[in-house]
Design a protein around this ligand. Structure first.
Ligand code: NDP
Length: 503
């Protein structure tokens, strides 16, 4: 690693808190479920990129585990193919990284396999700090924690550590989320657990805190007096693909709302934390979740529209409806679209509607937060214009581009009262690879650093489920509105969606 590399990362990763690779302890990263899709598509390419940047502490080892019988050589070959699907690398570059990789067969139910794993991990020369990454179906998380505890791998002597990383979904409902937490906490302390939400590692999402709290400009306007509504959208063009089994049980509310949309909601609406520190930020998020008006109560009451996609066209290609997808029951009542209008009962947001929208097979893949400001209180140009002046809008876009756009009105050249909309725009620079880290690279780096700020805390998970339980209760009892694949959702929501998204 060259002397300049930590600075490159410092610039990319946060100037206020320079990232010093030298401060990190080497660790053994154990990927459980290493034969799976997440490992191939996300984890291994991210680990390789971190390695190439010099961001993996020297001495790190990566051990893939799974029930599939693979030799370490075979595993390495598979990982080379996986990385090459995402980027070019020479054999020389690969071989330097490949030396860190090994694979062991592990049957999660067999205690003897865990004993063998523990002996392997404790061999001299391997780092005593360990990160266990559950790239596994969620019903295996409790078993993994229990087995790790049985062989003592949850323990480490400071300054070494043992950490467990889990992926969403964190339970299927409130009861199962609480049960999962209870199982994990029998073995691991909260500060050893990392519950990933990779949306939180996106630049624009992280930038929400900087934009709101590093500028004097926005915070005075960030309330019911100036903001008319807030819309958070995460739309997809994709259907269920290979994940029909999971998706048909989960539906859009569990798949997108319980985690990603609720986190974005918390960051956009929470009160200013007193310091940029994990506990203070997590406390504000929890406070925000507690302020949500319970679904279907109050005046006005939160509203919900649910939909399911029918056959249609995406980018000119015919696609089947949800019920005709392989692995989906012909009479499935799973919602693939939801538009939830909610309220936050606190001083700042009283009366301001928040709209959370997500769905599959919609017209475009888009992830964004739209802050719609109120109309100007009085138009002195009213008698000169044929239409009302559009209100200001702040758009925080995460996909397709990461950008911040402030929509304003200005005078256009020409006549005395020519108004034209303009955008003040900040596009995240298309910086060279080493200057930017993708979501999984940041997540892994945070886990290595032990930084929990951009992960879910236990109480947040429970509060989010508690809010959504009555919403989920509506699935099956309220109409499931059909929509044509490739549209913006059910016709019943068309006018509102067009207004919210300015389309
Ligand atoms: P996979 O379905 O590909 O499973 C990963 C591995 O787990 C499999 O290769 C298999 O390995 C093992 N496995 C499968 N079923 C069982 C079982 N019943 N008992 C024990 N082991 C099993 O999952 P993904 O890789 O797609 O995802 C892993 C986790 O990450 C999941 O929790 C998922 O929800 C989450 N996630 C995935 C994303 C993605 O893009 N793939 C995105 C966000 C979250 P073997 O047979 O070798 O043991």
């Amino acid at each position: 690693m060259t002397a300049s590399q930590p600075d490159v990362l410092a610039g990319a990763y946060g100037q206020c808190q320079p990232f010093r690779i030298e401060a990190l302890r080497p660790c053994t990263l154990v990927i459980l479920g290493a034969s799976g899709d997440l490992t191939r598509r996300k984890l291994m390419p991210a680990l390789y990129n971190l390695f190439e940047l010099g961001a993996l502490p020297s001495g790190c080892q990566i051990l893939g585990c799974g029930r599939t019988a693979l030799t370490s050589d075979h595993f390495r070959e598979q990982m080379l193919v996986a990385i090459r699907q995402q980027r070019a690398l020479t054999m020389e570059e690969w071989e330097r990284f490949a030396r860190l990789l090994a694979y062991r067969r592990l049957d999660y139910a067999q205690q003897a396999d865990w004993q063998d794993l523990a002996s392997w991990l404790r061999q001299p020369g391997l780092p005593a700090s360990r990160l266990f990454y559950c790239a596994l179906p969620p019903d295996q998380y409790a078993t993994v924690a229990c087995q790790l505890g049985a062989v003592g791998l949850q323990q480490a002597t400071a300054p070494d550590y043992s950490r467990l990383i889990i992926e969403k979904p964190f339970g299927h409902d409130l009861a199962s989320a609480i049960a999962l937490d209870a199982s994990l906490h029998q073995i691991f302390a909260e500060d050893q657990l990392f519950r990933i939400d990779h949306y939180l590692a996106k630049e624009t999402v992280q930038n929400l805190l900087m934009l709101r709290f590093a500028n004097a400009l926005f915070e005075p306007l960030w309330n019911r007096s100036y903001i008319d509504s807030v819309t958070i959208i995460a739309s997809e063009q994709l259907g269920v693909g290979q994940r029909a089994g999971y998706y048909d049980r989960a539906g859009v509310l569990r798949d997108m709302f319980q985690n990603h949309l609720m986190q974005m909601l918390a960051l956009v609406a929470m009160e200013p934390p007193s310091r940029f520190e994990t506990e203070t930020v997590q406390n504000e998020k929890a406070k925000l979740f507690r302020s949500l008006r319970p679904f279907s109560t109050g005046d006005p009451a939160p509203q919900l529209l649910l939909g399911q996609y029918q056959a249609g066209q995406i980018d000119g290609q015919a696609v089947v409806g949800y019920r005709a997808e392989a692995g989906v029951a012909a009479d499935s009542c799973t919602a693939t679209y939801a538009l939830l209008q909610l309220y936050i009962d606190n001083w700042r947001w009283s009366g301001v509607p928040f709209y959370l929208l997500s769905g599959k097979r919609l017209a475009a893949k888009q992830t964004a937060i739209h802050i719609q400001f109120k109309q100007i209180p009085h138009s002195l140009f009213g008698h000169l214009l044929s239409a009302p002046i559009p209100a200001n809008r702040l758009e925080l876009a995460i996909y397709p581009q990461e950008r911040i756009a402030l929509h304003l009105q200005t005078k256009s050249p020409g006549g005395k009262a020519c108004l034209a909309p303009v955008q003040l725009c900040y596009d995240y620079p298309q910086a060279p690879l080493q200057a930017r880290l993708d979501a999984y690279e940041k997540v892994l780096l945070d886990c290595l650093q032990g930084d929990h700020m951009m992960f879910w805390r236990q109480d947040g998970v429970a509060l989010s489920w508690a809010y959504l339980e009555p919403v989920l209760g509506r699935c099956g009892s309220q109409p499931l509105l059909p929509y044509v694949a490739g549209s913006w959702g059910p016709p019943e929501a068309a006018a509102l969606t067009a207004r919210l998204l300015n389309i």
